[in-house]
Design a protein around this ligand. Sequence first.
Ligand code: SR1
Length: 317
Amino acid sequence: MPPKFASGEVRIALVRQLSSGDYFEQWLAGAQAEAKALNVTLEVSSGDGNNDKQALNLEQAVNQKADAIIVDHGFAQTVQPAIRKAADAGIPLVAFDVDPGTDKAVVLSQDDHRIAEQALGALKADTGGAGEVVYVYVAGFAPLDRRNETWTQFKKDNPGIEQVAQIGVVNSSTASAVADQAKAALQANPGVKAIFAPYDEFAKGAALAVKELGLQDKVKVYGADVSTADIAVMTEPGSPWVATAATDPSNVGRVAVRAAALLAAGQDVAAELKVPPALITQKQLRDGRIANMEQLNQAIPALRTPDVARVPWAPSS
Ligand code: SR1
């Protein structure tokens, strides 16, 4: 272990845009566990959806000369100026789900095109590639924008798929806001067969709307992300949420901290790191009696990616 790490002097700033919801909570738990294992201090801040606040937090991390910075989500125009300052100050940076605007940062993502491809593959298999679909999307979030690229191509490749409504909101109560929007969209479009909702807060909201309208035999939900709470929603009797494409968010948080730690130690890290997702179906969860993330990780060992940004001196990763 490099001496700076052994003495516990290394500080990594984690500068988040969002922190509420299953995905972001699991991600943070993984990041904190990895920081503990590597004996580094993780200084966590969140903009809680306020982009100006996130930019200020990032400026602060630069001014306080963190040994490395992780920027977790964020809008390019608000975070890129401070990312440039970090680069100019020689502070290594990992950009997760945000475009850093510089090739000096390591870019980490979950392979969002693949996430969308996997979920849409399930939608296509179930619908036969034809039918009315409600799409849930909010522009500006890099992972959602990449998933949207795949959705746009999917519609071109499958002319029988008709997007009859686009809904979406990201705030501190995303799932319930999306549920209200989804209800209205379903009532206005009684022929809908599927909802493509590629973020678990979207999928939870969509599933709630379908159930509240009693449409679960007609309308199925195809989502992204997974958590123990999501597994409960997917497997409950009559759930319309039939497939999700996901990584283990806590594993992704671990990867981000490992990459930042390597950079803080002056080691090389690939310019781009991608954590591959897996397709998880309702049938697989029910058949395998999978009720939580631990059981899911046992069933799908590929969700653990210890070789992505492996830290040679780590006790175990
Ligand atoms: C508002 S962006 C939400 C997405 O960020 C992460 O990439 C998760 O996968 C989630 O779907």
